[in-house]
Each structure stands twice: as C-alpha cells, then as structure tokens.
Write a protein that binds this ligand. Structure first.
Ligand code: SF4
Ligand code: SF4
Length: 319
C-alpha cells in the first residue's frame, strides 16, 4: 500500500471510530519540541518541576525507537452538553473528557481504532491523553500536523475552539497527512484570557505558571495553596478551571446547552453543588465523582474535592 493510501486509510478509520479529525507526521517532526520546551521552562522556571513530573515529554523518539510516524487525533468535547450548574465549578475538559472512560461508546471507538492497527499488521502504541501515559507533547504534534494553533492561553485550538481532546499514537510505518486550516492568530491587543485567570497564573501570552494554575491546585496540588496565595485565587472552581478558555472569543460560538447528554452526568448534577459535595461520604466521592475527573483526582483523595468545595462555597459568598 502506498504511503498516501495508508495515510488516508488511517484518517478514515479514525473518523469512523469517533474522532473528529486525524493528522499524521513523520516522527522527526517532533524534534523541534525540545528547543520549544527549553524556551518555555526558561520563561517560567517554576514550570520545570511540573513538566518533569508529567514525564519525558521531549523523548518520544527515544521512548519509541521503532516508531516512524505520529498519528494525532482530535475529539471535540462540544459534542456533549454540559449542565449549567457545573459551569465555573468543574472543568469541561475533565468531566466531558474521553480520558475519564465514563462513556462506553467513546471507549469502544478508541479500542476499535487500535484493533484496526493490529489487524492491519501495524505496530502502534499510545492512546493515553496526558503525562507519562501519552506518547509525548500532543499539542505540539497537532500543530505540526496542521490541525490547529496554540493561542495565547496555551491551549490548542482547532476550527471548533479549544475544547478538544487530543489522542496520539506512534506507528511503525512511514506516512504523512498534513492539514491546512484558516485559523487567525490571537489579536495582538487581546488579553481576555489573561484578565479572566482567577489566580494570575497566566502571566502573559503563552506564559503560565502551572504551579499557580487553578487546574493544578484543585487536582494534583490536592487543593492546598502555596504560601502567599489567597483563597479567592481559585474563584468558585472545585475541580479544574476553564476560565481562560471560556473567556476566549474563539470559544464563544458554542452553546454548551446543545449536544448529547454525557453518560451519567445529568443524574449526578444535583449532588455536585459545592454545598452538597463538601458533605458527601468517601464512598460516594470515590465511586461517583472522582471517575469523572479523568485521573486528575485519585480515589484515595476525596478530601481534595471536599477542600475545594468548601473553598468554592466561601468564595461564592464573597463574590
Ligand atoms: S486554567 Fe484557570 S488558573 Fe489556569 S491559566 Fe487558565 S484561567 Fe488561569
Ligand atoms: S482570549 Fe484573546 S488572547 Fe486569549 S487565547 Fe483567546 S483570542 Fe487569544
């Protein structure tokens, strides 16, 4: 099979398995990430610790010496509606994420995609969305494949906005499928994302301190605040933070009341108010809520949710 035919077949299979789009780049296209990574950690030295903790992001080639290409797929979260009372409290990028494995249909699609590679005699690894589970820097791969651009809030945007989950694979075949898009860069004067950041973690265009980011503080940071940070820095967020994405004009066209119901979420909505959440027993949090956090809160960390819910209650009464 020619490279072009294989690339098209991979793309079409990805789409038939539930992804929105799929690009393919030679593994060598990942080489530029290392210098990009160095510049980033130089601009915000505190972020080095964070990136080390999520794994060897710059080492895709070293980790998979047999790989020839990177297949990068997009999944748009706007396919699902998001309960209004969860907005401003729970990150859509966790609670609607294929990575939380709460949607059986999505999982089946992803499994079918990997099974197709196996049936086609193609060695393939990947499928994890973040950290050491992923094959490397997925946003970088998506940009290289022409699927989108990174905006000043650091998120990857496709034509549908930034609420897009990326799923990457490495394969042992040489093929490529580059896309073109019509996305305009951020307006030079736009600072909406920066001004909407409750903690001040987004310090400038593409300059964010992950250790001050509410998404980190309410999850891996276990709800504790570093010295000097005040309660108000987290706003009403309980788990994750979408503020810099929600404020962005390139996300405004989408109405989150539209779309399919995400499995189980609407039945849970009334139990997720911060007032109720802080009172919920361990078992409820562990079996009903933590699975939606897409592995950002672990089963033995129900106190993280309670701590953040209590702070959300305090902050909403101040706000
Ligand atoms: S996710 Fe929230 S805290 Fe983090 S940079 Fe964006 S707005 Fe700021
Ligand atoms: S809010 Fe403005 S500056 Fe920030 S990402 Fe969106 S367009 Fe760019």
């Amino acid at each position: 099979m020619s490279d072009a035919k294989l690339a098209r077949q991979i793309h079409d299979t990805a789409v038939s398995c539930g992804f929105d789009d799929c690009g393919i780049i030679p593994i060598g296209d990942m080489d530029g990430f290392e210098s990009h990574f160095r510049e980033r950690t130089k601009a915000v030295p505190a972020s080095a610790f964070f990136y080390e903790a999520v794994g060897d992001l710059a080492g895709t080639k070293k980790r998979f010496p047999w790989a020839r290409s990177v297949v990068i797929c997009t999944f748009w979260l706007g396919k699902y509606r998001f309960p209004a009372s969860l907005q401003g409290r729970y990150a859509k990028s966790f609670f609607l994420s294929p990575g939380n494995r709460m949607c059986r249909d999505i999982q089946e699609g992803f499994e079918n995609f990997q099974a197709w590679f196996a049936q086609s005699g193609i060695r393939c690894e990947g499928g994890g969305q973040f950290g050491h589970l992923s094959i490397g820097p997925l946003r970088y791969a998506a940009v290289m494949a022409g699927l989108g651009i990174i905006r000043k809030n650091n998120f990857l945007y496709t034509e549908k906005g930034s609420f897009v989950e990326l799923v990457g694979y490495v394969i042992d075949r040489e093929c490529e499928l580059y896309h073109t898009h019509n996305l305009k860069p951020c307006a030079e004067k736009c600072t909406l994302c920066q001004r909407s950041c409750p903690s001040g973690a987004l310090k400038g265009p593409n300059t964010m301190n992950p250790l001050e980011c509410v998404s980190f503080l309410t999850t891996f940071g276990k709800g504790a605040l570093p010295p000097g940070m005040k309660d108000g820095c987290c706003g009403t967020w309980i788990c994750g933070c979408d503020s810099c994405q929600d404020a962005c004009p390139y996300n405004r066209a989408h109405d989150w009341t539209d779309g399919e119901a995400y499995p189980g979420l609407e039945a849970l909505e009334s139990e997720l108010s911060p007032e109720k959440l802080q009172q919920q027993p361990d078992e409820f949090l562990q079996t009903r809520v933590i699975p939606y956090t897409s592995y950002h809160v672990m089963p033995d960390e129900p106190d993280t949710l309670r701590r953040c819910a209590a702070r959300s209650v305090r902050n909403q009464s101040c706000g």
